[in-house]
Write a protein that binds this ligand. Structure first.
Ligand code: ATP
Ligand code: MG
Length: 585
């Protein structure tokens, strides 16, 4: 168990950069409900207790970040506590790898749990309670097959039918259930069901299954059990055992709430209150764990932490910051209506955060050699450059300049189109922090491509200004050729080509909506030499290009960078167009 510490509720202290003022959370109905319950002493003097209850059957994603911020953030606002509880009732789909990754991701997001709990810790208690319900005539062993149970269940418009086994005696039910536990029956041959009401308008109340027989090895309890509680039987009571006061979860659980309450009332145990909120989703994004697993298993991505994945580990590897994720989630608050948010909003908050914390560097992704003919061949000058104009404390560095440099291919046109102000024959531009240069001639390969540009420079313009006040229309970045270090750069785009990846034609699947150009690899980027010190996870703004992060695939001899985001903020445009929608801060 870990003590709540300063990381709780996402303290802003960062090892990567300056303090950034946290956005004040907007009011939301969950907070209002909690405030009311505290005011009326609904739980006496008990402290507010929440929990985050993931099933360890996949990695956490951006949607979970919302549930995490709500559960940890609100409890903290009221001086309460939050448990991390793994709802591990499904041994066939759950793994220790997921348990570990979930803990890592929650901590990365900036939260620390009060207690680490597992529903499997309560298997003994849940079994005792099942016996209690059988004895009270509230649960029975059913021999119908899964198919038959489904057929008996009815529909939204038709009531269900009672199972022929529904009126077994308490003695027979007890005997059968104990023997189910002992392993006397094969998988799927019997279940334990709650005896509620087969005609209830809420399908969840039509004698839901509480236990199934499953001879499977559990990642924590091993082969101790061959019957496992259903999620719906375990969840509410697990909350109750932990004295969770506010059990907050996404909207799809609203119809299950009456069932959780029914179990709690029959058993007379601590009455946790469930409150549902909207599910977070973004355009171009899929958040179903089943589908994310499919992407991983079928190798459409390199793993759960592929930088194109909406998982927290993927976003982290891509270079997203925890602060930026918390900020966007907080800005959205909580409501009772599911809305798909523009992916640009998520990106906007990242750019905003990265702009404050990312060190600047010059990198040329598509290099074009430039030779400055009137610059001495053996001369090297060092120009002083601010590491982050947004953060004085980040200091400055010295960048070498020499006769041969690289610029972006895009920054030169032999025949410039109208309004093209960058380098072209006869045109003068500023090399950032260095000199004015004017293009004079080009060298071409046999195919006619420009492979080298020859320029002259104005020695009086050192630092980027000409004493005669001459203006240039464009400033471009550069890297000194003899000092440059080579790197691989991975450019990511959206994983899906459609805003709704689930929008498919008859006979197609979401896989048909994968964006075929979501990853483009550049093998020959040229970086300023200070980047040779960069370590996996370090984030940079490559000037005029975008935000980048060092990938863990980097080795001593070869750096690999992931593009987190290009610089252009399309959300700012959307916001302008819709005048103040959504992202106002
Ligand atoms: P899936 O349905 O894809 O299996 P899940 O939502 O069931 O995923 P859980 O591990 O059960 O995954 O989720 C843990 C908690 O996170 C739950 O309380 C759930 O309400 C919440 N949660 C999951 N997805 C979202 C989301 N997109 N937005 C907000 N909360 C979410
Ligand atoms: Mg679930």
């Amino acid at each position: 168990m870990t003590d709540a510490n300063s990381a709780k509720n996402g303290s802003n202290a960062s090892v990567n950069g300056p303090e950034i003022p946290e956005i004040r959370p907007p009011s939301n109905f969950l907070r209002e409900q909690m405030a009311e319950d505290v005011r009326t002493k609904k739980y006496g003097d008990a402290v507010i207790q929440t929990r985050f209850p993931p099933e360890p059957n996949g990695y956490l994603h951006i949607g979970h970040a919302k549930a995490i911020c709500i559960n940890f953030g609100l409890a903290d606002d009221f001086g309460g506590k939050t448990n991390l509880r793994f709802d591990d009732t499904n041994p066939e789909k759950e793994e220790q790898e997921y348990v570990d990754s979930i803990q890592k991701d929650i901590r990365w997001l900036g939260f620390e749990w009060e207690r680490l709990c597992f529903a499997s810790d309560y298997f003994g208690q849940l079994y005792e309670w099942a016996i209690q319900l059988i004895k009270a005539g509230k649960a029975y062993v059913d021999d119908l097959t899964a198919d038959e149970i489904r057929q008996h269940r009815g529909t939204l418009t038709e009531p269900g039918k009672n199972s022929p086994y529904r009126d077994r005696s308490v003695e027979e039910n007890l005997d059968l259930f104990v023997r189910m536990k002992k392993g006397e029956f094969p998988d799927g041959s019997r279940v334990l069901r709650a005896k509620i009401d087969m005609t209830s308008p809420n399908l969840n109340m039509r004698d839901p299954v509480m236990y199934r027989i499953l001879h499977a090895t559990h990642h924590r309890t091993g082969d101790d059990w061959c019957i496992y509680p259903m999620y719906d039987y375990a969840h509410g009571q697990s909350d109750s055992i932990e004295h969770v006061t506010h059990s907050m979860c996404s909207l799809e659980f609203a119809d299950h709430q009456p069932l959780y309450r029914w179990f709690i009332e029959q058993l007379g145990i601590f009455p946790s209150q469930q409150i549902e909120f909207d599910r977070l989703n973004f355009t171009y994004t899929l958040l179903s764990k089943r589908r994310l697993l499919q992407l991983v298993q079928e190798k459409h991505v390199s793993g759960w932490d592929d930088p194109r994945m909406p998982t927290l580990s993927g976003l982290r590897r891509r270079g997203f910051t925890a602060e930026g994720i918390r900020a966007v989630v907080t800005s959205l608050g909580a409501s009772r209506t599911n809305v798909v948010q523009d992916i640009e909003l998520l990106e906007h908050f990242q750019r905003d955060d990265l702009n404050h914390r990312a060190r600047r560097a010059m990198a040329v992704l598509h290099p074009l050699k430039v030779v400055i003919d009137n610059y001495p061949a053996d001369k090297v000058e060092f120009v002083g450059v601010a590491n982050n104009p947004e953060d004085q404390a980040a200091g400055t560095r010295q960048v070498p300049f020499s006769r041969e440099i690289y610029i972006e291919q895009d920054d030169f046109r032999e025949v410039p189109p109208p309004k093209y102000y960058r380098l072209s024959p006869g045109k003068e531009v500023r090399l950032r922090n260095a000199y004015f240069v004017t293009a004079q001639s080009v060298v071409k390969d046999t195919a006619g491509n420009v492979v080298e540009v020859h320029c002259t420079y104005d020695p009086a313009s050192r630092g980027g200004n000409s004493p005669d006040g001459r203006k240039v229309k464009s400033t471009i970045h550069w890297v000194s050729a003899p000092h440059a270090i080579g790197a691989e750069v991975r450019l990511y785009d959206k994983l899906f080509a459609k805003p709704d990846p689930g929008d498919v034609a008859e006979g197609e699947s979401f896989l048909d909506n994968l964006n075929p150009t979501s990853l483009q690899i550049l093998h020959d980027a040229k970086l300023e030499p200070s980047l040779s010190e960069a370590k996996a996870g370090d984030r940079f703004q490559f000037e005029r290009v975008g935000y980048f992060c060092v990938d863990p695939d980097s080795t001593d001899g070869k750096l690999v960078f992931n593009r987190t985001l290009p610089l252009k903020d399309s959300w700012a445009k959307i916001e302008k167009a819709t005048s103040g929608g959504g992202a106002a801060r």
